[in-house]
Write a protein that binds this ligand. Structure first.
Ligand SMILES: C[S@@+](CC[C@H](N)C(=O)[O-])C[C@H]1O[C@@H](n2cnc3c(N)ncnc32)[C@H](O)[C@@H]1O
Length: 588
């Protein structure tokens, strides 16, 4: 049953009918409601009369819910809200003031009323009017079903959280024990941008975003993160707790920012929930819990919400931010600077024209067009999804490499490779419609992520997207180096031996554990250049026992028909040793 698009129970409907029978003004109705249940401003002048009309049982209607994507609307089910409140109550959280910053249908408010006995005041805020009603109806339903339960003063405010003055609550109740509980909207600023939504703080320079960050996607953040920080700003010096359901990335960012922001929060904990089961979405989310008014903590303990089993601890360890503190301590000796530069693969944003498959003597592009042209600019091409095996000798795809370095003129193609030029020119509109601004003002068939390093014959690569901690050796194809796309990272070598030594070091257990301890599985890109640059291969070479290297060489030789030996090992070590250290060894 619905009234004002809000679900209402039969019990509340009957009650309201009776309760409002002889009441003519909303002021009197509000006073009676406050006296009976402690709920402030239950009715508005505007909708009081229409509510009375709707209450005649025949008027209760069913209304289709509107699209609320911009409001990040994922209502917490009653059972989960109750489990959260129970969990807090078991931990002796017993608030006097409860704040639900975006209360939705009010399940956290009901869970709080059921589980916390010392509450004096409840504040709920919600932007969507039907939910404001639903929360109020649910509270009534709760009190009608539990007539003896304690009734605190309750205020549900219909407004945007960005217009609500939390600091006012903080000032009014400086000494009371507080609990901020809820589940702020699950929506990112870029999603809001694409929806043309204004559900954002009016004037915010959140995280000092600039145009570049917005372009690279670094500036993409969840508004739940903004809301959590807003709440910490208002309540960090208050006695109490904050406990919010948020995406894992929000918790990670808050702990990451703690180094600089030093919010007065301690005992930071993360309880991983099963979002598929609870919200039917595939987003990693957890309950964030922390104690307010504490010495700033830079670490977070991670648990399974259902078993309360401690899985790991993450956060800052001196100057390093790591995803698993225990594993990091075990492997941190390899956290340094990689002697070789990790590079990202080629970006062309024109796969329909630039990506080709070889079909009996000619090429076929992604538009299924058959093409024949000079092969000089065509190279084998690998994407993240191709990097499954340890050694790759043959590629499924090919790409046209139009430049040898970023910004190089592409007009040379016309003279040297006229058929290739004709093909590219014929498809010029596909190049011109590339959205990214990096192509603006650049030569017409420009690509990015290209340089001398792209033409190194032997490469060791990893996908930046997948949570597979496995490196692949990429060998030349038809005497030409193979290229990787921009979802991959690689280091290039002139000698196959160096590449094989590198891959053995990189696929060692130590590297895997180290990488697992510094990567966050919820990150869009699990691996980044910065992260891979931390792999100190020289140190690794000194840790991995020589027999292990021998064993792996034999294995790779047999499996992939290679003929590598250790004859180049010393040169490899020397190549990785910084010049200064080499001089010290010579003169020392
Ligand atoms: C993820 S839902 C959670 C609702 C509720 N806290 C719960 O746990 O069931 C987020 C809620 O935030 C509300 N909301 C979105 N933007 C808001 C804003 N600017 N101010 C107040 N509430 C907002 C949505 O309408 C929605 O009810």
């Amino acid at each position: 049953m619905k009234i004002f698009e809000a679900n209402i129970s039969y019990q509340v409907l009957v009650f309201l009918n009776e309760f409002l029978k002889n009441i003519t003004s909303f002021e009197i109705a509000n006073q009676k409601m406050f006296d009976a249940f402690g709920i402030n401003h239950f009715f508005d002048d505007d909708d009081f009369q229409s509510l009375i009309k709707s209450l005649s049982l025949s008027n209760v209607n069913l209304v289709e819910e509107p699209d609320r994507a911009e409001y990040g609307d994922f209502q917490t089910n009653k059972d989960l809200a109750n489990k959260v409140a129970k969990h807090l109550s078991i931990r002796n959280v017993s608030p006097e003031i409860v704040i639900e910053p975006t209360c939705g249908k009010g399940n956290f408010i009901i869970a709080s009323l059921s589980n916390f006995k010392a509450i004096k005041k409840v504040f709920g805020i919600e932007i969507y009017k039907p939910y404001v009603w639903e929360t109020k109806f649910s509270i009534l339903d709760f009190f009608l079903s539990n007539p003896d339960s304690h009734k605190p003063e309750i205020t549900i405010t219909h407004c945007s959280i960005f217009d609500f003055d939390f600091k006012n609550i903080s000032k009014q109740f400086p000494t009371e024990k507080l609990l901020v509980i809820g589940n702020p909207p699950w929506v990112t600023n870029s999603k809001l941008g694409s929806l043309n939504s204004s559900n954002l703080p009016k004037k915010s320079n959140f995280k000092n975003q600039n145009g570049l960050d917005a372009m690279t996607g670094k500036g993409n953040f969840d508004i739940a993160e903004y809301i959590t920080l807003m709440l910490l700003d208002a309540f960090q010096t208050h006695k109490g707790y904050l406990s919010l359901l948020v995406k894992n990335s929000v918790i990670k960012n808050i702990v990451f920012d703690q180094k600089e922001k030093q919010y007065r929060i301690g005992e930071i904990e993360k309880y991983c929930i099963d979002s598929k089961k609870e919200f039917n979405v595939s987003v990693e989310a957890s309950l964030l819990y922390c104690q307010l008014n504490s010495t700033p903590s830079l670490k977070c303990k991670e648990f399974d919400f259902y078993s309360v089993e401690n899985k790991l601890n993450f956060g800052w360890l001196n100057s390093k931010f790591v995803s698993n503190i225990t594993d990091y301590i075990e492997t941190r000796e390899i956290d340094g600077v990689c002697p070789f530069e990790w590079r990202q693969g080629i970006k062309h944003d024109c796969s329909s024209i630039m990506e080709l498959e070889r079909v009996s003597g000619h090429f076929v592009n992604n538009l299924s067009e058959e093409i024949t042209f000079e092969e000089d600019l065509v190279y084998g091409f690998l994407k993240s999804s191709d990097l499954k095996n340890t050694v790759i000798k043959k590629t499924r795809k090919h790409t046209i490499v139009t430049q040898t370095k970023v910004g190089q003129e592409t007009s040379y193609i016309q003279h040297l490779y006229p058929e290739t030029y004709t093909y590219l020119k014929k498809n010029i509109s596909s190049f011109q419609s590339r959205k990214s601004s990096i192509y603006k003002g650049k030569p017409q068939f420009s690509i990015f992520g290209i340089g001398d390093y792209s033409f190194k014959p032997y490469k060791v690569a990893i996908s930046g997207l997948y949570k597979t901690y496995h490196f692949t050796l990429v060998l030349p194809q038809n005497d030409k180096p193979v290229m990787l796309d921009d979802t991959c990272y690689f280091i290039g070598f002139d000698r196959i031996e160096y590449a094989v030594y590198a891959i053995i070091l990189l696929n060692s257990k130590t590297t895997e554990e180290f990488l697992k301890s510094i990567t966050f599985s919820d990150a869009k890109r699990v691996f980044t250049k910065d992260l891979l640059m931390r792999l100190d291969l020289l140190k690794l070479a000194s840790i991995i026992p020589q027999q292990e290297i021998d064993k792996q060489i034999i294995f790779l030789n047999n499996k992939y028909d290679l003929s590598i030996n250790l004859s180049q090992w010393d040169n490899f070590i020397s190549e990785m040793t910084p010049v200064k250290e080499k001089q010290l060894t010579i003169f020392g």
